[in-house]
Design a protein around this ligand. Structure first.
Ligand code: ADP
Ligand code: MG
Length: 600
């Protein structure tokens, strides 16, 4: 038996300690690399057989992963095409080695190593991240003796003859002391399942097949039923609620992309990071951190994308600038918008019912992606206090009738808390104005986006001013009070409001005498700061407001004569504060006491 010894490459430092050292946190990818090599070898022999270049029996092609705790080995065995001794020299000693060397050289200086970890296929030599010695025992499908390759993690190797009757390759890892965790059954299985769950060749571990070799994303959509998609969703996220709908991606030009994206029930608080989109490359799991590959708002989706065209061996900043990544982004965005548009057109009622989830997603899209508004504008829904839904166009038509101001601008009114703003909503209805509900976290931004995109449309919260001013139709109403009376009323209320403004308005006699409004611009600014998570000056300061006094109300007529002599003005002021939830502490206690006394 001839044993050949040699050095993998002259003039190079020993790369294995480097491989091991700097890929410190992601040693587990050795398994991904070795199992995908086994898959490649298996698919190659199938291919050779199908084109008539191999006419032997294919036999059972399962890949087996096993471990021996006592011997401290992990073995990956395939029935693939195998290698001859010459092929080992060529593929393992030369090509794979130079690949590993290049990898090490390229990333030795990379400051943020976590960036590349898990995304780069180091290939065969990643075995040395966990093994102190590696053996390859392989028999080629060609008529050649079996061969053994052995390396102890230095650049030296030896090749000798081996005893192996069956075609295929065994990779035997002699696990290093610091990697013995991988000799634990549960750990090994967990890593195997993580990377190999959807590999295209059956993988056997502990006498059972751990993978699903034909996941739905590789199948033809027309062959699949709703149940199949839902079952797959459950396979990905066992503890999740059913998705609302899904999109099957299938592109082969100009880039290759398959996958299924699920639209989950989106929750208000965006607690969504538990279930993530998983990225695969030819059914090999790569990562579930798709931050730089999928636009931010699309990360709310769940499911799988599989593309061999996403470059994985580059740093993140490069990834974002990559042409294919950009094209994939806009493809997915378009598909999502098309799907929503179809759903809207095919079954508007169902669409409306799902709007709570869809809406959050669409709004997020509009806010974070400037172009998404144009794709979404026809199915964005606005919901009013009665629960009726309108598209933007429909709503504009509705506003034409009664909510157009003197300059021809359409004014949409909205409430963000229908219970707190009930009095104002009632006031709006009395005037036959419609009130929309904008009560989710993104609405402050969403309203701004709509105003900037839709011509001639503006929104005001129903309690932002008196209705005559919210929708200024240019009709001047006169107050019954004389100038002196007006002055007296103003002075009386000025006592209470500090720096805030008192505005005397000509309102219908049966409107409440005093109310508090918060100017739209001011409240909006405060809302935006809240969404952006900054207290800002409105976070800490009491909100500025205007006190609206109904100059036509009989009680105000009384105050015009008496001022606050009998506490009437103060009582009205407190009522206004109360209805805006702004009466608290000692002021509230006193108010209650006073009211009780009046009753007695
Ligand atoms: P890559 O898979 O990207 O080609 P690797 O470093 O993982 O790079 O593997 C190098 C080469 O070694 C493979 O291209 C293949 O020719 C050979 N090889 C590795 N593992 C096997 C195997 N299990 N069976 C047959 N050939 C293999
Ligand atoms: Mg490989």
């Amino acid at each position: 038996m001839v044993t050949e010894k040699g050095t993998i490459s002259i003039n190079t430092e020993n790369i294995f300690p480097i491989i091991k050292k700097f890929l410190y946190s992601d040693h587990e990818i050795f398994l991904r690399e070795l199992v995908s090599n086994a898959v490649d070898a298996t698919q190659k022999i199938k291919k050779l057989s199908s084109i008539g270049q191999f006419d032997g029996e294919l036999g059972d092609l399962k890949i087996k992963v096993s471990f021996d705790k006592d011997a401290k080995t992990i073995t990956i065995s395939d029935k693939g095409l195998g290698m001859t001794a010459d092929e080992i020299k060529k593929y393992i000693n030369q090509i794979a080695f130079s690949g590993a060397k290049e990898f090490v050289e390229k990333y030795k200086d990379e400051s943020d190593k976590t960036q590349i970890i898990g995304q780069f296929g180091l290939g065969f030599y990643s075995a040395f991240m966990v093994a102190k010695e590696v053996e390859i025992i392989t028999k080629s499908y060609q008529d050649a003796p079996a061969a053994r390759w052995f390396s102890d993690g230095t650049t030296e190797f030896e090749i000798s003859a081996a005893e192996k009757a069956e075609r295929g390759t065994d990779i035997i890892l002699h696990i290093a002391e610091d990697s013995e965790e991988f000799l634990e059954e549960s750990k090994l299985e967990q890593v195997l399942v993580k990377y190999g769950k959807f590999l295209p060749v059956e993988i056997e571990f502990k006498d059972k097949v751990i993978n699903n070799p034909s996941p739905i994303w590789v199948k033809t959509p027309s062959d699949l039923k709703d149940e199949d998609y839902i079952a797959f969703y459950k396979e990905l996220y066992p503890y999740s609620e059913d998705p609302l709908f899904w999109i099957h991606l299938n592109v082969d030009y100009p880039f290759n992309l398959t996958g299924v994206l699920y639209f989950p029930k989106v929750k208000q608080d965006f607690q969504l990071n538990r279930e993530k989109i998983q990225l695969y490359s030819r059914q090999v799991f790569i990562t579930d951190d798709v931050k730089d590959i999928v636009p931010e708002f699309l990360q709310l989706l769940h499911g799988v994308i599989d593309s061999p065209d996403i470059p994985l061996n580059v740093s993140r900043s490069y990834l974002q600038a990559d042409g294919n990544v950009k094209r994939i982004n806009s493809h997915i965005t378009k598909k999502v918008a098309d799907k929503l548009s179809d759903l809207f057109r095919e079954d508007r009622k169902a669409f409306e019912e799902k709007w709570e989830s869809i809406g959050l997603f669409v709004k997020y899209g509009i806010i974070s992606d400037d172009k998404f508004f144009d794709r979404a504008k026809d199915f964005i829904l606005l919901k009013n206090t009665e629960g009726a839904c309108f598209t933007i166009e429909e709503y504009k038509t509705k506003l034409e009738a009664n909510q157009k101001d003197k300059d021809g601008k359409l004014v949409g009114l909205y409430a963000n808390d229908i219970s707190k703003q009930d009095a104002f909503i009632a006031g709006a209805k009395k005037r036959e104005f419609d009130v929309l509900v904008f009560d989710d976290v993104l609405d402050a931004h969403f309203i701004n986006a709509m105003e900037s995109k839709v011509e001639n449309l503006t929104f005001k919260r129903v309690d932002a001013d008196t209705f005559d001013k919210l929708i200024d139709k240019g009709l001047k109403q006169e107050v019954v009070l004389g100038e002196d009376e007006k002055k007296k009323v103003e002075e009386t209320f000025k006592e209470f409001v500090g720096n805030n403004i008192v505005q005397i308005e000509a309102l219908p006699v049966d409107d409440i005498p005093v109310s508090i409004v918060v100017p739209e611009f001011m409240r909006r600014y405060a809302d935006m700061s809240k969404v952006n998570g900054q207290g800002g000056m409105f976070g800490n300061m009491p909100m500025m407001y205007n006190l609206v006094v109904n100059g036509n109300h009989p009680i105000i007529g009384k105050i015009a004569k008496e001022g606050n002599e009998n506490g009437l003005a103060k009582q009205l002021y407190d009522l206004a504060l109360l209805s805006q939830g702004m009466l608290n502490g000692a002021d509230l206690t006193q108010f209650i006491q006073r009211s009780v006394e009046k009753l007695g």
